[in-house]
Ligand binder design. Sequence first.
Ligand code: TK8
Length: 336
Amino acid sequence: MKHSVLRTALCLTTVIATASPALAEFTERTFRVSNGINEDHPVAVGMQAMQACLDEKTGGMMKMQAFWGGALGGDLQATQAVRSGLQEAVVTSSSPLVGMEPALGVFDLPFLFRTPEEAYAVMDGPFGENLNEKLDAVGLVNLGYWENGFRNMSNSQRPIETWEDFEGMKVRVMQNNIFLDTFSNFGANATPMSFGEVFSALETKAIDAQENPYVTIDTSKFYEVQSYISETRHAYTPFLFLFSKAIFNTYSPEEQQALRDCTIVGRDVERSAIQELNLKSLAKMEEAGLKFNTISPEDQAEMLAKSQVVYDKHKDSIGADVVDQVQQILSELRAA
Ligand code: TK8
């Protein structure tokens, strides 16, 4: 009896010993990931897929702890904490980070991308890699470009059909000069504000309008305090999945690779979840009583033409080469 127990034990040891070398490089870790958006946003679905991937690759050693609704601070504040090694990771919009890396401003240029596929081609290819190197140089490891989506307008005043409809409207913009200039140039009274302040600013009518993708307007409940929704698609700004370089550098190569691979798995799940939810979010907001309108292609073209001054003003500070590279990729895609 004793003998057979011993034999079973020996047998198990062999099994464990042959299974474990791959796991030997993983240490038990829990890392924080903060978000400004709420838990019913598809970023949560992406993070679940990312966690499942990490569980599989690390034998359950790496666990993410998510913080939603800006619980660890807004995009800028959380990214600063990540940069200085006080927090492991953040999912943030690129726009508030242009002060850290000006090249990110390319994503803020109005009407740059026409489809998600154009944005993916730029972000997931060599251009995105290049940008990741710049971010690395300022202490941020960008593990992947996740989706927020095409930005649309909501407001409490009137439908936006042409750029003239912005006249005098108090529009919240992200903390980003390109957005500030884009809306000021349309005649709006643009106010930079962190995301966490938007709901109550809309509710108290301190501002009339804000702009975000449908899914974000839905999950952050902005539609509850808005009356109009207009499909301007004026910008596609990505979410960046940023990891603290100071902390990342203390991880083993296997852990780093697992993080990189699993962020991409999560990204793909998150992007398709957003694509799926987009029209549902819009329908839900219409059902809640918001009046919806699209913009005619002519008026859209006029908005772009009117915005040329914004391109001219910001091209050098973004980096002329950076803007040219993206426009080159886009013109090749559009010619194909
Ligand atoms: C959430 C933000 C948000 C962004 C904004 O933290 O600030 O309007 O679109 O999604 O990153």
